[in-house]
Design a protein around this ligand. Sequence first.
Ligand SMILES: Cc1cc2nc3c(=O)[nH]c(=O)nc-3n(C[C@H](O)[C@H](O)[C@H](O)COP(=O)(O)OP(=O)(O)OC[C@H]3O[C@@H](n4cnc5c(N)ncnc54)[C@H](O)[C@@H]3O)c2cc1C
Length: 469
Amino acid sequence: MKKWMLILLAMWLCGVSAVWAQSLECDVVVIGGGGAGLSAAIEAADRGAKVILLEKMAFLGGETGISGGTIQGAETVVQSKAGVADSRRDLFRYWMEAGHYKNDPELVRAVVDMSAANVEWLMKLGVAYEPRNLGLGGWTPVPRAHRTPGGGAELIKALEKAARDRGVTILLGTKATELVSENGRVVGVRAEGKASLVKGKAVIIATGGFAANPEMVKQYAPDYVDSLPITTPGITGDGIRMAQALGAKTRGFGGVIGFRKVKDVPYGSTIDGLGRQVIMYVNKAGKRFVDENAYYALIAEAIHNQGGVVYQIFDEKKREALGSAGQKDFDEALASGLIKQGATIEELATQLGIPPEALASTLAEFNGNAAKGHDPVFWRDAATLVPLTTPPYYGLPVFHANLGTLGGLVINTDAQVIHTSGEAIPGLYAAGSVTGGFFGDVYPAGGSAVAMAVATGRIAGANAASLVK
Ligand SMILES: Cc1cc2nc3c(=O)[nH]c(=O)nc-3n(C[C@H](O)[C@H](O)[C@H](O)COP(=O)(O)OP(=O)(O)OC[C@H]3O[C@@H](n4cnc5c(N)ncnc54)[C@H](O)[C@@H]3O)c2cc1C
């Protein structure tokens, strides 16, 4: 045989084996490597299942990876060490009331009942939730927001290690494209990347929400098409679409995890952070419209009600407080016109297109009240009131933004995906932000999404593994 023929034969054989290698089999297939998917994979592996996890990006994490890593929990070991009295009853009632009872009480109860165990579970995997970092989330006076200095990145690092230690196969750069079903039972997933088909006894969808898919935002959260998404590029609603193709039912659409952001600068940059400082917000009419110290999702709703953009007003002293490190960013924002400047408050108002007398009157009232340490307009915490009396004055537009979408696939308390007929789809589970029903129309408190993602992930993993004999 000629040399070139041998080379061609070798290439053909390699190609065939590559195609074979792309068809994989396991017990449980997990789609999505964020908090919910990794929690599901760990739980299933702990119960003896052989697990393959597909992640379409080149990295794990999803929104969980860029999140604060805060998790809500009641009756936790951390609260007990901090001397915080709390109860599952109170957390349940808080989440239901915040959701205006539009949420699914059974699902909420399931997440509440696991919340303390899940905080401990994450701590055992290496996440540093400590009593001194307990905080408030939402508008409850009970500190149940468990925070970690390492944020969501720390969470993902701990979860990835636990998954790999348990032998979970993680295929990065591998996008699930279609669910495969036989006789009404889901038996696998078609994919692009390191596998073209992955078969299993159960499939868990943990693909997150759809904040990075403008078409889906338009369809399912039309009030928020102009909201600035703070997300990762993989969050395009794939899991919702794949399950809908099999007749899955959805609920809870319409809302987002409301937040606020400065346009055209990176999330978390100096200027973005300046936009979220507790200083003084005014609307286009030059009037204050919210307690600037309120819980972030409520400020977001207030901004939304003002047309989606408001102005952070501050003075020279606040600029100086940015320090030398922030000065360069400030100068750039000023030069580009992002931040407007006025020698007087009236001049600033003109720059911003706000009626000058209105803004001058709002500032005079604010300064008078701040000097007295009492805000009769919104009863803002006196400790946060600082008069703005040193010109020049500055104004920075702040926009409604979101940390993800609400609503998705209906699941029961076993995390099985429900068909529009009302029956569970055999072999199909879902967890995390791809699901709907846990939230009502307002995001209730920082830490709620991670609490839900970890809980539903673990529930899905345990139930999917139970199908493996
Ligand atoms: C900046 C920011 C801060 C936040 N802070 C907090 C906080 O502190 N506490 C809190 O509770 N919530 C917070 N949230 C919200 C919370 O992080 C998310 O709602 C939650 O973590 C979602 O988890 P998940 O596992 O469902 O989805 P994700 O973590 O988003 O993971 C989904 C994964 O699926 C992958 N994927 C998607 N489609 C496919 C496909 N077809 N094939 C394969 N893989 C796919 C994605 O690439 C992604 O990695 C924050 C959100 C943001 C954006």
